[in-house]
Design a protein around this ligand. Structure first.
Ligand SMILES: [Zn+2]
Length: 109
């Protein structure tokens, strides 16, 4: 028997978008249902996150997030899209579970 651990999410599993400022590391979370547009700068330190409005980096990020938000509105997709997370992340998640199991196991021995 072969056991395989995978962590796969559907687009509908995405709760929102988190932005982290590269300068001050402030994080801003926007629920996907409430997402209405990109902040151009950090709300804390005012670091600009995008060169210019309509610049290539701004347009790319804006279109990506809009597509993710609108994905569920298009039920005509012939195939179901799932995102498989990095295997190292799955390993980290599993390690947390194993530690918990281990502590229960050692208590019973
Ligand atoms: Zn900042």
């Amino acid at each position: 028997m072969t056991a395989e651990h995978r962590l796969v999410i559907e687009v509908s599993d995405i709760a929102g978008f988190e932005f982290e400022c590269p300068r001050c590391e402030t994080r801003m979370f926007v629920p996907i249902a409430k997402y209405d547009g990109l902040s151009l700068a950090c709300a804390n330190c005012r670091e600009r996150w995008f060169g210019t409005i309509g610049g290539p980096d701004h347009v790319f990020m804006h279109e990506l997030l809009d597509r993710i938000k609108d994905y569920e509105k298009h039920p005509q997709h012939a195939v179901k899209l799932r995102l498989q997370l990095n295997a190292d992340l799955v390993k980290d998640v599993n390690c947390g579970r194993e530690e918990k199991k281990g502590s229960i196991k050692s208590g019973s021995n």
